[in-house]
Design a protein around this ligand. Structure first.
Ligand code: C2O
Ligand code: CU
Ligand code: CU
Length: 505
């Protein structure tokens, strides 16, 4: 289906009017303070060891978030967020998607090196009423936290904000760390009206990416987490929001960073007062509760240069943390090296990707760039085309290398197995998180305001944030032939075309 054509099954074409948007529910409408729960898990139906087999049914269902009020959400297997998939390194995986939604969908296995034809590309969406099985094997050396979410053309943002996303925990064969209790925190964004409706994106959401009034932790509003006597926990945190930047903090405490998108980093980074988790990113944090009072785990306000005079998201409390049961005073001893990193092979090719914003002058022609926050409200009204679904701006463009996404176009080509240096440049006045499918990359250095800084530690990422006018250099290799996507992971920007196709030959 082409971007912007109203889907026959959905009452699209309506603007985000008062009726559709309604009064927002107050931020305590969803009860807070309930005990923390781990994510529900997807049951493995395989009988032989080393195999994982299950079905994910994507459907519209009523859930109760505000007590006594039904919310029509889109869910996997009735769960909001979707059930966590727990895998072991080396597992052979077969997961069947049944699409009971009124529109096409697919499942993308974000961050995992699955074959391109199993990775939920927009060109391989599953039609309503259809199903398909995804097959892939988790390599022996993969561990960490990943996630799954829909990736159909033009509809990913809507499907994720309605509830379709879940965590994937890949356990290592052997863990170099001493045993420390682990928690998975899936952070999702939710906007609800007082009558329990999840409203469509409005114009500002399309421009800046959607942020609701709730950030849920495993589906709960501000749960309470009580540490046991040991005093140490490892938190695997996933930013599964459409567009929200999570400047994580636990006032009175510092974090020790153990892992990033691609699993463990080389050496633990301790004493971090804040950790920025851009949309789609994950971290593994060590929380040391010994000899300290409890606190509030929160996402502090982060200015990301929103357009059109939109306000930045305020500080959001995520979870109340209670350390009163902790008795242990023993420091945890971490190994010097969490994970060995070989030096990276030399790059045999160079690429450059420029992220920009602009105005379309008619049919696919772009003019001007770096619109920034300079747009007046009146100008934005002009960009609003009457029949576009959910207030999608028709003239505002979000581009990679001056183009918006075209499913028939190959934007870049790489050779399988070849290491490449990519220079990603953000030629706009807003932060954009850049993501590549099917692999993990190393960040080499970042340049901003004429100053270049080497990365302070060695780590693997599949998503890297770019501040306005920042340039980031990465070293990356694709091991399988086929089509890979690369895009901005503000999902509204992805849907508006800030995405390209890489052909690996
Ligand atoms: Cu998490 Cu192309 O996506
Ligand atoms: Cu991805
Ligand atoms: Cu973006």
């Amino acid at each position: 289906m082409s971007q912007g054509s109203p889907s026959p099954q959905m009452p699209h074409g309506m603007h985000a009017t008062a009726a559709q948007g309604g009064q927002l529910a107050p931020s305590d409408a969803i009860p807070s303070g309930r005990p923390f729960v781990p994510p529900a898990t997807l049951k493995n139906e395989a009988t032989q060891p080393g195999s994982f087999k299950a079905t994910l049914v994507a459907t519209s269902a009523k859930v109760e978030l505000i007590p006594g009020v039904a919310t029509q959400a889109w869910v996997y297997n009735g769960q909001l967020p979707g059930p966590m998939i727990e895998l072991q390194a080396g597992d052979q995986v077969e997961i069947t998607l049944e699409n009971h939604l009124p529109e096409p969908t697919s499942i993308h296995w974000h961050g995992l090196p699955v074959p391109p034809d199993q990775d939920g590309n927009p060109s391989a969406a599953v039609a309503p009423g259809e199903s398909r099985a995804y097959h892939f094997r988790i390599p022996e050396d993969v561990e960490g936290l990943y996630w799954y979410h829909p990736h159909p053309h033009g509809q990913s943002s809507e499907q994720v904000y309605r509830g379709l996303a879940g965590a994937i925990r890949v356990h290592a064969k052997h863990d170099a760390l001493p045993p420390i209790p682990e928690r998975v925190l899936t952070l999702t964004d939710l906007r609800l009206t007082a009558d329990g409706t999840i409203p469509e994106d409005d114009m500002m959401d399309w421009m800046n990416g959607r942020e609701g009034q709730f950030v849920l932790v495993n589906g709960l509003n501000r749960p309470g987490l009580r540490f046991d006597t040991a005093g140490y926990e490892r938190w695997h945190v996933l930013n599964a929001t459409n567009a929200r930047y999570l400047q994580l903090a636990l006032p009175g405490h510092t974090f020790t960073l153990l892992g990033t998108d691609g699993g463990r980093i080389e050496q633990a980074q301790s004493g971090l007062p804040e950790v920025l988790l851009a949309p789609a990113q994950r971290v593994e944090l060590l929380i040391d509760a010994t000899g300290r009072p409890g606190s509030t785990f929160m996402a502090k306000a982060y200015a990301r240069g929103k357009m059109g005079g939109a306000g930045e998201a305020p500080t959001v409390p995520l979870m109340q943390v209670d350390f009163s049961a902790v008795h242990n005073q023993q420091p945890v001893s971490l190994p010097q090296t969490l994970r060995p990193f070989q030096s990276l092979p030399q790059a045999s090719a160079q690429k450059r990707v420029v992220m920009s914003e602009g105005m379309s002058m008619g049919h696919g022609m772009a003019a001007g760039h770096a619109m920034g926050g300079m747009m007046a409200a009146g100008t934005m009204g002009m960009m609003h085309e009457g029949g576009m679904p959910g207030g999608r701006p028709s003239m505002m463009q979000f581009m990679l290398n001056g183009k918006t996404f075209d499913m028939r176009r190959t934007d870049l080509t790489s050779s399988a197995g070849a290491w490449e240096d990519w220079e990603i440049a953000n030629d706009s006045d807003m932060d954009h998180p850049f993501h590549i499918h099917g692999t993990q990359f190393a960040v080499l250095e970042r340049t901003i305001n004429g100053h270049t800084a080497q990365e302070p530690f060695r780590a693997w990422y599949d998503t890297v944030n770019l501040k306005p006018q920042e340039t980031v250099r990465i070293r990356v290799m694709q091991s399988s032939k086929g089509i890979r996507m690369f895009h901005c992971h503000i999902l509204e920007h992805e849907d508006l075309g800030m995405m390209g196709r890489l052909e690996v030959t």
